[in-house]
Design a binder for this molecule. Sequence first.
Ligand SMILES: NC(=O)c1ccc[n+]([C@@H]2O[C@H](COP(=O)([O-])OP(=O)(O)OC[C@H]3O[C@@H](n4cnc5c(N)ncnc54)[C@H](O)[C@@H]3O)[C@@H](O)[C@H]2O)c1
Length: 255
Amino acid sequence: MYSVSMKEKVVVVTGAAQGIGRAIALKMAEAGCRGLSVNDLRMNDAAQSLKKEAEALGAEFLFTEGDASDEKTMRKLIESTAEKWGRLDVMVNNAGIAKSNDLLNTTEADWDLVIRVNMRSTFLGMKYAAEYMKDHGGGNIINMGSIAGITGGNTSPDYGASKAGIIALTKFGAKTLCKYGIRVNALAPGTIETEMITRNFAGLDPESLHKRLSAIPMARMGTPEEVANVALFFASDMSSFITGESLMITGGRVS
Ligand SMILES: NC(=O)c1ccc[n+]([C@@H]2O[C@H](COP(=O)([O-])OP(=O)(O)OC[C@H]3O[C@@H](n4cnc5c(N)ncnc54)[C@H](O)[C@@H]3O)[C@@H](O)[C@H]2O)c1
């Protein structure tokens, strides 16, 4: 059996305590990465158990607490990673939030928050990681988009807009960072079974919920691990001629 190896690599993941970020972090540890540097809002029980699992898989672990859309947190995340391991191979900009609101009920505060957390964190992660990678042999940046960034989404206007922005940032980064040996790609998942989806679906009436689920040709939600598999592909040399791509992981849903 062929397996993709991340041996010796150092990987950073934002928003990694739970959900898709956690699955990506553990996938990198399973693939043998040396260092796993993760961020989340706080070192809670989920983050503690991630540390345990990652270390049991043989990865060295570093945690940076704080808001990924805050400049100080992101500087610290990259600087402490570089200081601990002297390298940074893969940056996964995963942290994100979603709200469930139609256009008329979306407040200015909702809009600002979603755009800030989703897009600004991605911009900062790309900027600081690239700053380090360009002088240290290149690397891979993986951004968390969404099918909502391609189709406009169904959840709220700010969410789809933020993810469309991330897809544009991915293309811009790919074109301009190639010269430093840095590839930039995005994941564009559909409906993936995490707390974010549980929260969003909790507000739907049965008919709307049925409509959402029946729009998935494979007739099920995806798992965080199915997204993590694609992250591993982008992080490895298996995807060496791919940059600027946003890959849909949607069970066949295209709209
Ligand atoms: N679940 C889905 O169906 C789905 C689909 C497409 C894209 N996504 C994207 O995947 C990413 C992860 O989503 P998830 O479903 O795992 O969500 P989740 O809510 O289960 O987990 C998100 C994690 O990010 C952390 N986080 C939130 N805001 C943060 C911030 N400002 N700074 C640092 N950490 C922060 C949370 O504490 C949590 O640990 C998000 O960017 C989301 O938009 C999810």
